[in-house]
Design a protein. Sequence first.
Length: 288
Amino acid sequence: MQSAITEALLPWYRTNARALPWRADGFGAWGVLVSEFMLQQTPVARVIPLLDAWLSRWPTPTSLADEAPAEAVKAWSNLGYPRRALWLHRAAVQIRDHHDGVVPRSVDTLLSLTGVGDYTARAVAVFAYGDRHPVVDTNTRRVMARAIDGAAHPAPPRPADLDQMAALLPASHAEAAVMNAAVMELGQVTCTARSPACGTCPIADACAWHAAGRPETPDTRRKQAKYEGSDRQARGAVMRELRGATSPIAQQRILADWHDAAQRDRAVLTLLDDGLIESTDGELHLPR
């Protein structure tokens, strides 16, 4: 089954892959690293314009590291989860100070950078440097769950995911990189979570789930809490107000009209704990 999936998917990807910036020849390891930070839990359409602006302003890790963390947080704009901006700035400082301004190549060294997890480390090693590793994201796990396990939904992340993806990789480093991208692409555009287009899927004939009649199986993944009315929404509102401010804001004045004062205060405290904002003499500002 694995060989049939690989043989069908490689030519499909070469014909149908979307033209995305990070897939362009010569995009570079820094661009790949920045794009992977931005793409975590954020749609591609929102990432592309901000990625272009980011790399125009900070074309190297050192250029970002030489600026204050506040500038990274401001430039993160509406991407959400602004801790990623702070982590990316910290990673840039580490690359400048410990790696001569060059994004590391090895997975283990990449994992030592702030904010870089197993997926991001492998993605940089494979897509920027051409090394041969399995790369597994949410889309990959969904495709494998359906095609190989016959399940409608993937299980929570597990070490076996890497072994399963490794079994699909051709021996060639270049072909293996294409296969990693192809499985992700299939999950993003065809084997989607809610409306899989099995009628146009290039691996439908090799898919265990399709062969079984697309049975509905339990989804055991943890559900994300609703955003509206959540503490996360309050945190986002505090960040927006501080990003737009030209000077520090007194803590008692931040989100003065927020409907839940306790929630607002909780948001401020957690942002302070995360280092996303700072307080000086009772006034709040972005990290300096």
